[in-house]
Write a protein that binds this ligand. Structure first.
Ligand SMILES: [Zn+2]
Length: 103
């Protein structure tokens, strides 16, 4: 069931309140939409189940956010990982050029 005001959360009928239903609808709209693929760039990525996404074109499966392919926590994680890699490559015995390749 779909309504003009609350979209997909119209299935809840009059329950839970308008605000909660609106919030649910926004998340569902995003999680059920097609997203760009990080591998082939096609807008064919759909959610398999919570946290797992699959590209319908190249069939690549990858982990991400529960409701979106890349959540804010994923971005923080990626930034942190690259920082750790950078620190490790800066250890003595390695040239400056190698650490620049990581970035
Ligand atoms: Zn793809």
């Amino acid at each position: 069931m779909r309504t003009k005001q609350v979209g997909s959360s119209g299935r809840f009928g009059q329950r839970y309140g308008r605000r909660v239903r609106l919030r649910t609808a926004t998340i569902e709209k995003h999680s059920k939409a097609y997203h760009p693929c990080p591998s082939c760039k096609a807008k064919k990525v759909r959610r398999e189940f919570a946290g797992v996404w699959r590209c319908r074109k190249c069939n690549m499966q990858f982990s991400g956010g529960a409701y979106s392919p890349s959540s804010s926590i994923e971005e923080i994680k990626a930034r942190f990982t690259s920082a750790v890699v950078l620190q490790k490559t800066k250890s003595p015995g390695q040239s400056q050029e190698e650490s620049l390749d990581v970035v």
